[in-house]
Design a protein around this ligand. Structure first.
Ligand code: SAH
Ligand code: SF4
Length: 368
């Protein structure tokens, strides 16, 4: 390897990529699987400890490659069991990861970008603007840390049973790096999660919903938040590029391609904005009879934002109204309030940021 050249980071590299690397070293492709098991199942990141690889191979690997984890800045425990990590993303910036333990599962909420360009009106990440895409190593590194830090569940399963792309950033705007991460999450040689237990949440980048349907049938969550284009244009500006009709058509194509598996529609409850009974009826009109479930999210306030959370009673009435239309509707419990770990509050620490906001050109650039 030429002097001064950066070593290749093997964390987050796809199985194909690793197989090519070993072939280049004159080794059999199955070495890739061995390496994946060391990195992800045993949490080993030092080539020297990988005792079923020959000494010579280990030396050659460390000449040209490394296993580089994101650096952990802090780990906070909430009184309700929620855990939040802050990882450095360089240049004084940070991204966040949240673990939410429940009786039946342990969900890790991971970030895919530093900031976000899509500028949804009620989102703390959007309020910071976009800085950059995370690499596959930085995304998967969040899972690696959580798997290492958290004790196994009572039944012996690893602590993290589910992974959701609901942290900072829009995962489908960083498709190139998110796809290999999804593949590694579900691969039997790494974390081996079932496809149903990996959820990609998107505000609606339609072409990439279709791509995801072709590439990988994990669970899909769509941030709908409004039942008509006029309101959604205001709350979720990507709607101006991909309006509700277009978005829902992509959702039904996605569901159809995956044996009509239900799609989750997220709907943030904003007082006096999208939470009336008329809104519930309009929403039901869009989703009735479709493979859809609705998850109502009580708005989580943050500084510098004028929205307010709908009252518990309004949320209950809205949910009941949806159920009256024979729709599956649930309300998300707010967790980790004392450590600012709730949905939409993940702001990390983005100083020195480049404020890039939604424009057709930026979206094309960010999703290329
Ligand atoms: N960018 C993706 C995933 C990250 S956001 C997306 O938008 O789907 C994860 C979820 O949190 C989304 O449904 C988002 O709309 C919601 N959210 C954002 N800000 C929020 C807030 N302040 N309160 C409650 N939910 C919020
Ligand atoms: Fe980005 Fe999602 Fe926040 Fe919208 S809600 S600004 S898409 S992170």
């Amino acid at each position: 390897m030429p002097k001064g050249a950066e070593k290749q980071n093997l964390l987050g590299l796809s199985q194909d990529g690793l197989e090519r690397l070993f072939e280049g070293l004159g080794e059999k492709p199955f070495r890739a699987r061995q390496l994946m098991q060391w990195m992800y199942q045993r949490g080993v990141v030092d080539f020297d400890e990988m005792t079923d690889l020959s000494k010579k191979l280990r030396a050659r690997l460390s000449e040209s490659s490394e296993i580089r984890l994101p650096s952990e800045l802090s780990m906070h425990h909430s009184s309700d069991g929620t855990v939040k990590w802050l990882f450095s993303s360089g240049f004084g910036q940070a991204i966040e990861t949240v673990f939410i333990p429940e009786a039946s599962r342990g969900t890790l909420c991971i970030s895919s970008q530093v900031g976000c360009a899509l500028d949804c009106a009620f989102c703390a990440t959007g309020a910071q603007g976009f800085n950059r895409n995370l690499t596959a190593a930085e995304i998967l590194g969040q899972v690696w840390y959580a798997m290492q830090a958290l004790p196994p569940r009572a039944n012996g399963e690893p602590a993290v049973t589910n992974v959701v792309f609901m942290g900072m950033g829009e995962p489908l705007a960083n498709y190139r790096n998110v796809l290999p991460v999804i593949e590694l999450l579900i691969s039997d040689w790494s974390y081996g999660l079932s496809r149903r237990r990996v959820t990609v949440s998107t505000s609606g980048i339609v072409p990439h919903i279709d791509k995801l349907a072709d590439d990988c049938n994990v669970s899909l969550a769509v941030s709908l938040h409004a039942p008509n284009d006029a309101l959604r244009n205001r709350l979720v500006p990507i709607n101006k590029l991909h309006p509700i009709d277009e978005l829902l058509d992509a959702c039904w194509r996605y569901a159809k391609q995956h044996s009509n598996r239900f799609i989750t529609f997220e709907y943030v409850m904003l007082r006096g904005v999208n939470d009336s009974i008329a809104h519930a009826d309009e929403l039901a009109g869009l989703l009735k009879g479709k493979p859809a479930k609705i998850n109502l999210i009580p708005f989580n306030p943050f500084d510098g934002n004028d929205f307010a959370r709908s009252s518990a009673e309004t949320i209950r009435h809205f949910q009941e109204r949806l159920r009256g239309h024979d729709l599956v509707a649930t309300t998300r419990k707010t967790r980790g309030d004392d450590i600012d770990a709730a949905c939409g509050q993940l702001a990390g620490k983005v100083s020195d940021r480049v404020r890039v906001r939604l424009s057709e050109k930026n979206i094309r650039m960010a999703t290329a």
